[in-house]
Design a protein around this ligand. Structure first.
Ligand code: 4AD
Ligand code: MG
Length: 432
């Protein structure tokens, strides 16, 4: 029967069959050691000349890296092996023998990253990239489960939109419709409509930002999770985000220990990601940044150096609340205690992984929201439907957006978001 590497432990002393690819090979006299991978793991396959026919032995000598093949053999317990087992091969069938060397070598010196990015379609097969994509999949599962357990309804927001949500500087214009159109910067405005229909909702989809910044935290296409909750207060929203972060991190961590070890993640850092999380005001954050030697004036937004100075203080994500309204989005509700501040929160990751979450209480008053749209010089016509939500049964509501790749990069300890999405789109990259 066809098996997969992950469950070979249940087949000790039995004959099995696996389909996959040759990861690497080492020869030593009458022995050939094949590192064989099937997508679920990598396993050592031992070929002993005296135990196989000459033809099979020759095939094992001939097979090149990343050629596809089917192997048969007996599973043997091997405590020192990462999978706890090895295979003694008795037959191999080569399905496709590569005529050219696989472009990515396994070597001590890591190849230059631009080369790897050009080879992204092949780079995905390497041990670390496979581990990272598995963590990504588990993280998505943990996020969806979190919302499902709490009776949220998943509502998909459109990708083609007539209006900006997060400022006009990062819009991707689409030339097709008679009216102006852009790729979505955020599903938020649409799930605000959905939350007035269904109560608790979330969207999870691709998001586009024509980011002019070439940093390790910015993609031009990324995936964002955006919940929106009706009748919630700002304090309850902060409480909800704390539950959310703890649960998605701990669930992903417990489901991915082998992968995180392959990625050389310091697991003790993840052990600490539990409630309560530090919650400070923007004003307090500015003081901490200054104290830690970085320049900032009250009223300025944080860049990467300021974020790094801030998180030196914390070993957990820090919640920074109540920024000055004029450096935040048009839809954020003013703080009743001080009209110049917004009821908003940015969650900044420890260890310099940057902003994970941006969220807020939304303006629920028709006149104020209309004024803000005008103040931000946004086209009122495109927001008519959005204003309707404040005309018919308006209610307090709030939510947040979390970048999937930023969160994955933090959990996995991978410094650059370009590795955290299968096929990254960056300022200077659209291939492959
Ligand atoms: O802070 P942002 O811009 O917030 C919004 O879009 C709100 N409409 C969300 C909401 O309240 N529903 O983006 C949210 C998160 C950021 O904190 C970051 O994690 C991620 O999205 N993000 C990016 N990730 C990768 N590349 C980029 N260029 C990103 N821009 C934002
Ligand atoms: Mg933000």
């Amino acid at each position: 029967m066809q098996q997969s590497i992950t469950n070979l432990k249940d087949f000790i002393s039995q004959r099995i069959k696996l389909s996959g690819w040759l990861y690497s090979k080492r020869e030593k006299g009458k022995l050939i050691f094949l590192q064989f991978r099937d997508g679920t793991g990598i396993i050592q396959v031992v070929v002993f000349k005296d135990n196989v026919t000459q033809e099979i032995f020759d095939r094992c000598k001939k097979i090149t890296r990343e050629s596809s093949c089917v192997i048969e053999g007996k599973v043997r317990e091997e405590k020192r092996a990462p999978e706890g087992v090895e295979i003694d091969l008795d037959s191999i069938e080569i399905l496709h023998l590569n005529s050219e060397d696989f472009p990515i070598q396994i070597q001590d010196v890591v190849p230059e990253v631009n080369f790897l990015m050009e080879q992204r379609h092949l780079w995905l097969r390497s041990r670390k990239q496979v581990a990272l994509l598995r963590v990504r999949s588990q993280l998505i599962y943990a996020i969806r489960t979190f919302f499902q357990k709490r009776n949220f309804v998943c509502v998909d927001s459109p990708i083609l939109t007539p209006a900006a949500c997060e400022g006009t500087t990062t819009l991707f214009k689409v030339d097709y419709f008679d009216d102006e159109a852009f790729l979505s910067q955020s599903g938020q405005l649409y799930i605000e409509a959905a939350c007035m229909a269904l109560g608790k909702v979330y969207c999870f989809g691709p998001t586009f930002r024509a980011e002019k910044s070439k940093t390790r935290k910015h993609l031009t296409e990324f995936w964002m999770i955006e919940p929106e909750i009706s009748f919630i207060t700002f304090d309850k929203l902060l409480d909800f985000i704390q539950d959310y972060i703890e649960e998605i991190v701990q669930t992903t961590y417990s489901n991915c220990v082998p992968e995180l070890k392959i990625l050389e993640r310091d697991l003790s850092k993840l052990d600490q990601i539990k409630r309560p999380f530090p919650i400070i005001s923007y004003k307090e954050a500015v003081e901490i940044i200054k104290k830690n030697g970085e320049q900032i004036q009250y009223g300025e937004d944080f860049g990467a150096p300021q974020e790094e100075a801030l998180v030196k203080e914390f070993n957990k994500p820090v919640f920074v609340t109540r920024y000055p309204s004029n450096i935040k989005a048009f839809y954020m509700k003013p703080d009743p205690a001080d009209n110049n501040l917004a009821l908003c929160v940015d969650v900044i990751a420890p260890e310099g992984f940057g902003e994970l979450i941006g969220g807020s209480q939304r303006i629920d008053d028709y006149d104020l929201l209309k004024q803000r749209i005008l103040d931000h010089k946004l086209p009122l016509d495109s927001f008519k439907w959005y204003l309707d939500l404040r005309k018919y049964g308006s209610a307090s509501h709030g939510g947040f957006g979390m970048g999937l790749e930023r969160t994955l990069s933090w959990i996995s300890g991978i410094k650059h978001v370009r590795e955290c999405i299968p096929f990254p789109r960056l300022l200077y990259r659209i291939y492959p």
